[in-house]
Design a protein around this ligand. Structure first.
Ligand SMILES: NC(=O)c1ccc[n+]([C@@H]2O[C@H](COP(=O)([O-])OP(=O)(O)OC[C@H]3O[C@@H](n4cnc5c(N)ncnc54)[C@H](O)[C@@H]3O)[C@@H](O)[C@H]2O)c1
Length: 380
């Protein structure tokens, strides 16, 4: 049995609990939150043992330590909590971003390396069926040589949505103040950026712009994070990608990878089982036609457990933690590494902080090469 402990029992922690339950060999040892009322509601609901201190959840006062700690706190607390876990000698999987400050991300990366511990961050949907299907379709040359990517993460005009009514399963409110202060780019760019890094490797240059379009989102708070960003990413491999994040334009989570022999399309990044389509182009008399008949691409055989959740967020949040736990057991390197998370963090911060005058940003970090998931070797 694998054991994990959870720090931060707010809105997203419920998604994790449902996802962890899809793996019968993971046990949640303990949970901790600086908000004791929230901790109690969470632990009562999920029948998890509450810890009364950080030291207790890290197992510093007992013989039983978790194999992995899930840091599900708010982004501003990620650095200090992950640092405490690493200092206690524990592997960490942090919610995104690894850190809101790049110097802190570098420090965590160095600490994990020094202590020979795994440090990784969300999102983990690059390990999911949909992302692995796209990657295999690319490797199988279904669209020839890929050249260009358009990735959209627009979430509609969120400030006009009834977000005060959004509740997690055990009753945690959607933390809108934190979400608007952290910003949609830090929250969401990783959902496609991680897929693109897995498929195309390191981003060399970022040319980005970001802006805060909706003013006074939170009464009394004059400045929140950019609510719109767009970036052109120049990968070392030669691929160019345009990625857009926003909470102003209507919902669009489309991804199109354009190759010299066709296009791969998917219309949702938050659904692990989203349909992957390949559309070929051809010449019909004097016209260039993108086929109206797209071919659905599917992997052969079973993949991974799906989260028992339909709707906007049909993702299994435990795919990353499970990959790490299995890698520890098997004594192999994990596909979720500190190098990967550090590069993801650097590119994401470069986009978020670009505003209107940053110009070209050269990335200092690199993306390691990843192996496909073992079940992603053949298409139907
Ligand atoms: N809200 C979403 O829809 C969503 C979806 C995916 C990922 N995430 C990510 O999940 C993380 C948490 O977001 P959330 O929506 O659950 O926020 P939240 O505010 O609902 O929950 C965070 C919890 O962490 C606790 N906390 C903060 N600092 C702490 C510390 N130092 N020690 C212990 N507990 C601490 C808070 O008291 C709170 O209960 C963020 O990184 C966010 O980016 C959120």
């Amino acid at each position: 049995m694998y054991t994990v402990s959870i720090i931060g029992t707010g809105y997203v922690a419920d998604f994790y609990m449902r996802s962890l339950q899809t793996f019968s060999d993971i046990k949640v040892l303990k949970a901790y939150d600086i908000n004791p009322e929230r901790l109690k509601v969470f632990c009562d609901y999920w029948q998890v043992t509450p810890a009364s201190s950080l030291a207790e959840v890290l197992g510093q006062e007992s013989a039983e330590k978790p194999s992995l700690v899930l840091n599900l706190t708010n982004p501003h607390a990620h650095y200090e909590v992950s640092k405490a876990c690493l200092e206690a000698g524990l592997h960490v999987y942090s919610e995104k971003p690894l850190s809101i400050r790049m110097d802190h991300a570098f420090e965590l990366h160095a600490l994990a390396k020094e202590k020979n511990l795994i440090l990784s961050s969300a999102p983990c949907s690059y390990l999911s069926e949909v992302a692995q299907t796209i990657w295999l379709a690319l490797r199988n040359q279904m669209i020839g040589q890929p050249l260009l990517v358009y990735a959209e993460l627009d979430d509609d005009y969120v400030t006009q949505a009834p977000y005060q009514k959004w509740m997690s399963e055990s009753g945690a409110p959607w933390p809108y103040e934190d979400e608007f202060k952290v910003g949609c780019t830090l929250e969401h760019a990783g959902y496609y950026l991680s897929w693109l890094m897995m498929m195309f490797g390191s981003v060399e240059k970022v040319v980005a712009a970001s802006a805060e379009l909706i003013k006074n989102k939170i009464p009394g708070v004059s400045k929140t994070a950019p609510d719109y960003s767009t970036a052109t990413l120049f990968f070392k491999s030669g691929i160019v990608a345009r990625i857009t994040c926003g909470i102003v334009a209507p919902h669009n989570h489309g991804l199109r990878i354009i190759g010299d022999d066709g296009v791969i399309e998917v219309n949702e990044s938050w659904n692990n089982a989203a349909t992957v389509k390949v559309r070929k182009r051809f010449v019909l008399r004097r016209r260039l036609v993108n086929s109206p008949f797209a071919k659905k691409v599917k992997l052969k055989g079973p993949t991974h457990p799906m989260a028992p959740r339909k709707g906007a967020t049909a993702m299994n949040f435990a795919l990353g933690p499970y990959e790490i736990l299995q890698s520890i057991k098997d004594g192999r390197s994990s596909r979720s590494t500190a190098d990967f998370s550090l590069h993801l963090n650097e590119v994401t911060l470069a986009i978020q902080n670009a505003m209107d005058n940053t110009g070209v940003q050269i990335m200092k970090t690199e993306c390691p090469e990843l192996l496909p998931m073992p079940w992603a070797g053949a298409l139907k």
